[in-house]
Design a protein around this ligand. Structure first.
Ligand code: 8X3
Length: 250
């Protein structure tokens, strides 16, 4: 049930991983959460669990995002642009251009669509917040990751630019940039369903982050006072000192 004082949050990519954990974390903070993702069934289960609203949405499709904005209503306080992903692990010399375009589409253009569709409702809240989920890949290049690294640098730059463009308005803009997060799908998707390769990413790492760690950070950002803008928050497991420097127990 929605109460007059309840704040509304939209979370994209909410069907699993960081998105689902963020929807739960924001609901626990009292938000009415609009859960958006492509997979309707999983989304509905989550929405039912947290008393939120499920909206099937593909952020790369502006018409679909317009429907999300209509479902969210005239006043939205928080938008978490979590939908994103990595496709492929290849050196530049042999990388697949279609995968690169797909990564740019979901990690960068998706944010363009949700921002354009939801800015009026964020303004109407008089205390809006956009949290874009970036990555340590948006800070440090690594071999075989250029397509994803470029896309996540794009996420960061869109976030920084939007903060410049909206200064003076009652809207905060943040980026959360996680490092190694062990979710069931991120690496599996990246390796096109190869579970062994996906598992190898986290092999021997004592405690990679889990989705709830990142969700906790996003919920913290969303519950700061209105004048406090967390520009960017890089979050890595203790075992990851840098992109290439990961402690593994063999
Ligand atoms: C995920 C972090 O290191 O796989 O965004 O690029 S990494």
């Amino acid at each position: 049930m929605t109460t007059a004082s309840q704040r509304t949050a939209v979370v994209t990519g909410a069907s699993s991983g960081i998105g689902a954990a963020t929807a739960r974390a924001l609901a626990a903070q009292g938000f009415r959460v609009i859960c958006a993702a492509r997979r309707a069934e999983r989304l509905q289960e989550l929405a039912t669990e947290i008393g939120g609203v499920a909206v099937t949405c593909d952020v790369t499709d502006p018409d679909s995002v317009a429907q999300l904005a209509a479902a969210a209503g005239d006043v939205v306080h928080v938008v978490v642009n979590n939908a994103g992903g990595a496709y492929g692990v290849d050196p530049v010399e042999t990388a697949d251009a279609a995968q690169w375009k797909q990564m740019y589409d979901v990690n960068v253009v998706g944010i363009l669509h949700t921002t354009q569709a939801l800015l009026p409702a964020l303004r109407a809240s008089q205390d809006g917040l956009i949290v874009n989920v970036g990555s340590t890949a948006g800070r440090t290049p690594y071999e075989t990751g250029a397509g994803y690294v470029a896309a996540k640098h794009g996420t960061k730059v869109v976030t920084q630019t939007l903060r410049l463009e909206l200064v003076g308005e009652p809207i905060r803009i943040s980026e959360v940039a996680p490092g190694m997060v062990h979710t069931p799908e991120f690496s599996l998707v990246r390796f096109d369903g190869d579970q062994d390769k996906a598992d190898a990413v986290y092999a021997g790492v004592p405690d990679p982050l889990v989705a709830e760690d990142v969700a906790d950070a996003i919920a913290w950002i969303a519950t700061r006072p209105a004048h406090v803008n967390i520009d960017e928050l890089v979050i890595k497991p203790r075992a990851q000192a840098a992109q290439h420097k990961v402690h593994r127990v063999t």
